[in-house]
Design a protein around this ligand. Sequence first.
Ligand code: HEC
Length: 123
Amino acid sequence: MLVATCTAVFAQFQSGSYGSKKANSIDQTAPDQMSSDGNFAVASFPSFTPELAEGEGRAETESFCAMCHSTRYITMQPPLPAATWETEVNKMIKTFGAPIPDASAKKIISYLETHYTPEARKQ
Ligand code: HEC
């Protein structure tokens, strides 16, 4: 009898089958169904564009700096020194051909320098 029970239990261990009715077993959820054709779907990544800081020049920044990419390119930067923002805006105009009039570019630069520098971002 004892030998028969031990053999049955050992057979179960070997087969890797631990029935849920067995004492001390941990019920686990069924594994996800595997895709049969190797195709699977993923949801789209959440895309969040934070609002730009309130202030003079925000309207120009929102319209001119969102023509080619979202304004997240501004908010996702680490706080940049004022001179870097000026270089950045000039790069958008000269290198990438952003059609931004001089007056608006000046406003945008001073807006970015007021709100997105290490000093401004500390608060
Ligand atoms: C003519 C299209 C265009 C406009 C308008 C534009 N950008 Fe860009 N911007 C680009 C391109 C192209 C890149 C580089 C793309 C990339 O790396 O994904 C870029 C990248 C950036 C980056 C990432 C750092 C870098 O230098 O690559 C920042 C910051 C940025 N832009 C800020 C601005 C700001 C501020 C404005 C408004 C003054 C602006 N952009 C307007 C085309 C533009």
